[in-house]
Design a protein around this ligand. Structure first.
Ligand code: NAD
Ligand code: TYD
Length: 337
């Protein structure tokens, strides 16, 4: 049976991964190391809280002593590294924590894995490292890295660092690069949950620029299954793209969401564009599909409906998440835009 160390398991995707793995009997022990930043939320883990296989450790992946001791004591079979500062707009407003966690934190984990001979290291990354891609092209894993934001640059740097540990130290590292995720428990700073939450409250929906930027949408559980497939059947030293095969312009996504909610399109307002805004992401997941048999299963309309239903039912979750720090972030990012 497998012992897992998960980092960032209190966030959106990490918590979906923890719930999926424990729900499917995929681990004998699972330790979740998370700093509980604004994005970390232990409520996301209530479904597994009492599971005897699960343990939460509150801590920072940049804390070398803590990380080394944890890896030495637990001797995980696999480290699955989700922890990151994950939002482009915040990385533009305040880049320092992004580089600290995404680069130094990843380095600290890689060092602990190297020193303790961890047999498998899965580094969770993003398609944003490829930068904006002109139609009709899509990025495969050999596409050049052309990061635009502090967030994507930090992820590109951490990918290269992780891969260097395979080349130099033979640490069995695999990197996955996923497209935009959506689903339950996502913090309402990202497009879909922010728009759902504002629309439910009849608040304006801030569309950056012309709203014709294209993203490839991936349901969070499809992403988590892809990570499991990459751990089980993927090769160390390799990169695997993970896409949802559903490219949509932002305004199309928001209009679909409004129609499902029965809210008027007049809620959409154009605001000043994001600096360095990538126009289009597009990637091929052919390699992962060919080598592991994985494929994205959730159709976008169905996933969006399920996500809306979840947020409607969890108005208390949303109210707690939006209290406190969220208000000052929202003010900083959107006021006067
Ligand atoms: P999130 O912001 O929802 O969660 C991040 C988690 O990491 C939080 O629980 C936070 O407390 C924790 N964390 C942050 N800094 C930490 C530190 N120094 N030490 C320990 N824990 C720390 O992020 P997410 O959307 O779930 O993304 C998870 C991973 O997936 C990230 O690596 C991100 O780059 C990648 N990714 C995200 C998307 C997306 O659409 N959200 C797409 C592709 C890849
Ligand atoms: P986001 O969810 O932040 O993901 P990323 O920038 O990592 O792709 O944004 C998705 C798209 O939605 C992106 O083109 C920016 C746009 N967007 C808006 O138009 N308004 C908003 O308030 C937000 C948060 C995003």
């Amino acid at each position: 049976m497998t012992k897992l160390l998960v980092t960032g398991g209190a966030g959106f995707i990490g918590s979906a991964f923890v719930r999926l793995v424990l729900g499917s009997g995929g681990a004998s022990q699972l330790v979740n190391l998370d700093k509980l930043t604004y994005a970390g939320n232990l409520e996301n883990l209530l479904p597994v809280d009492a599971d005897p296989r699960y343990r939460f450790v509150h801590g920072d992946i940049c804390d070398a002593k803590l990380v080394n001791n944890l890896v030495a004591d637990l001797k995980p079979d696999v480290i699955v590294h989700f922890a990151a500062e994950s939002h482009v707009d915040r990385s533009i407003l305040s880049p320092a924590p992004v580089f600290e966690t995404n680069l130094r934190g990843t380095f600290t984990l890689l060092e602990a894995a190297r020193l303790n001979n961890t047999p498998r290291f899965l580094h969770v990354s993003t398609d944003e490292v490829y930068g904006s891609i002109d139609a009709p092209h899509e990025a495969d894993e050999h596409y050049p890295l052309r990061a635009s934001s502090p967030y994507s640059a930090s992820k590109a740097g951490s990918d290269l660092l992780a891969l260097s540990y395979f080349v130099t130290y033979k640490l069995p590292v695999t990197v996955t690069r996923a497209s935009n995720n959506y689903g339950p428990y996502q913090f309402p700073e990202k497009l879909i949950p922010l728009m759902i939450s504002n629309a439910i409250a009849d608040q304006p929906l801030p569309i950056y620029g012309d709203g014709m930027q294209v993203r490839d949408w991936l349901y969070v559980d499809d992403h988590c299954r892809a990570i499991l497939a990459a751990i089980e059947h993927g090769r160390p030293g390799e990169v695997y793209n993970i896409g949802g095969s559903r490219s949509l312009a932002n305004v199309e996504v928001v209009k679909m969401m409004l129609a499902l909610l029965g809210k008027p399109e007049s809620l959409m307002v154009t605001v000043k564009d994001r600096p360095g805004h990538d126009r289009r992401y597009a990637l091929s997941s052919e390699k992962l599909m060919r080598e592991t048999g994985w494929k994205a299963e959730m159709p976008f309309e169905q996933g969006l409906r399920a996500t809306i239903d979840w947020y409607r039912a969890k108005s208390d979750w949303m109210a707690r998440v939006k209290s406190g720090e969220y208000q000052s972030y929202y003010e900083k990012n959107y006021a006067g835009r």
